[in-house]
Each structure stands twice: as structure tokens, then as C-alpha cells.
Ligand binder design. Structure first.
Ligand SMILES: *Cc1c(COP(=O)(O)O)cnc(C)c1O
Length: 237
């Protein structure tokens, strides 16, 4: 458990270093706790982490219930099916993996009236791999224009920015190209939609590079918590 707080301070230092030449005001660290135990989350929280990311709905809800005394901001990162939208809208503060209108409408409709607007990022597929979720980067501008028009009528959603998971490759130039095209898209989008403020990219293996190419929110799992424990179907514990 000691190593979790050590990992976090080491990562925070790396984030600062990577940011030296980038001048972001602020870089958000989301600790990706899927497949990790309650105790590990508590240790990370005690070390100063308030943002936690999860991919599997039931596992996340179990954790949220168990840890409800902790003031955690919960981020949903996994693929979204329509039948999950109600529970996602009720239980999360952020959703990074929105990629179609139907899902946006359902999240808006199910967001409780007394809750603040749900923060969303649109997931962009930069890798061209068809198995990956997200809007293809080549059509992204067009889709985003359409989405932002429709978002005007979805007051329970707040568009914060875009998210991507790069190709799973050893080829660093490929990854850099994908980060660059995300950054270009983000800059374009920011010109059109002022309040967006989030470029969500960078994981354990590539977060420093992601920050150098403009990311201001990194999602880090194994580098904080170690290898994920085997996931049981009913809960992450
Ligand atoms: C699992 C996951 C992460 C964290 O991955 P690590 O390699 O463990 O840091 C980040 N983002 C998403 C969308 C994920 O699914």
C-alpha cells in the first residue's frame, strides 16, 4: 500500500515536469481503479487523489456505495450501451466515452434534476481500428458541430472536451501523430465552443508524451495501483 502513495507522488512529479514546457494551468490526474480493491482506492484517496475512473458499471456502483463517505469524483470510461445510461447518469460526475447522439439524449434525460450537469467528453477514435469506440477522427469536426448544436437542448449535459485511446502499438511516432491530431481537433473546437477545457488523453505508458502534446487530463491505472486484480463478474473487490 505504501507503494501506491509513492507511485502517486512520482507520477505527480512526472506530470509537472512534462508540463514545464506546456504551460497548462492545471493537469487533472484521474486514477483508473477498475479491477482494484476498495482498500487501494482508499489509499489513493488518502494520498490526495479525488478523481477515480471506472469502466464497468456494476463494479463502479459497488465501489461508490462502499466508499460513499469519501468525496470522490467518479469518471466513467467504458463503452456505453443504451440500457446502462440511467445508472451512469445517476452515479457519475464525468463520462469520457460518449460517441453518439442517442447516448447523449439518454444521459441527459436520466440525469437527476437536482444533480449538477453531467460533464462529458466525446470519444474520438484516432487509431482507425474498427473495434475501438469513438468517432473516427476524419469525420470528427463534422460530428462535433452536429453534437454541439444538439447539446444546446440538453441542459443536463456539459460538454468539457474530447477523449481518445491511441493505437496499442510500440511505434511511438504513430502515437505521437494521434496525439497531435487530437490536439489540433481540440484547438479547433475550443475556437468554436468557448467553455470546453479538457483534452483527455494519456495512460500509464504514455502520459508524459500526451501532456507534451497538449493533454490536460491523464487517466492512469496500473502505474498507480499495479496490475489489475482479476475481475469477478459481480464486483471489483
Ligand atoms: C484502463 C483504462 C485506462 C488506464 O490504463 P492503464 O494502462 O492501466 O493506465 C485509461 N483509460 C481508459 C479508457 C481505460 O480503459
Amino acid at each position: 500500500m505504501l507503494s501506491i502513495s509513492k507511485n502517486i507522488s512520482c507520477i505527480s512529479q512526472n506530470i509537472e515536469e512534462a508540463n514545464k514546457s506546456c504551460f497548462h494551468e492545471n493537469i487533472t490526474l484521474v486514477a483508473v481503479s477498475k479491477g482494484q480493491s476498495f482498500d487501494k482506492i482508499i489509499t489513493a484517496f488518502d494520498a490526495g487523489i479525488i478523481n477515480f475512473g471506472e469502466n464497468y458499471l456494476q463494479e463502479a456502483i459497488d465501489k461508490k456505495l462502499h466508499l460513499k463517505q469519501l468525496a470522490i469524483q467518479w469518471h466513467f470510461l467504458g463503452p456505453i450501451q443504451s440500457n446502462k445510461c440511467k445508472l451512469i447518469a445517476e452515479n457519475f460526475d464525468w463520462v469520457h466515452s460518449v460517441d453518439r447522439l442517442k447516448i447523449m439524449k439518454l444521459l441527459n434525460d436520466f440525469r437527476p434534476v437536482n444533480a449538477p450537469p453531467l460533464n462529458i467528453c466525446i470519444q474520438i477514435n484516432t487509431s482507425g481500428e474498427e473495434t475501438k469506440s469513438g468517432i473516427a477522427i476524419n469525420n470528427a469536426q463534422e460530428y462535433l458541430n452536429e453534437f454541439t448544436e444538439i447539446l444546446k437542448d440538453l441542459p443536463k449535459l456539459k460538454l468539457r472536451g474530447i477523449m481518445s485511446i491511441p493505437s496499442n502499438t510500440e511505434d511511438i511516432n504513430q502515437v505521437i501523430n494521434e496525439f497531435k491530431s487530437m490536439h489540433m481537433l481540440y484547438v479547433e473546437l475550443k475556437k468554436q465552443i468557448n467553455p470546453i477545457d479538457t483534452l483527455s488523453m494519456g495512460m500509464s505508458n504514455d502520459f508524459k508524451l500526451a501532456i507534451e502534446y497538449g493533454s490536460n487530463l491523464v487517466r492512469i491505472g496500473t502505474a498507480i495501483f499495479g496490475a489489475r486484480e482479476i475481475k469477478t463478474k459481480r464486483s471489483g473487490n
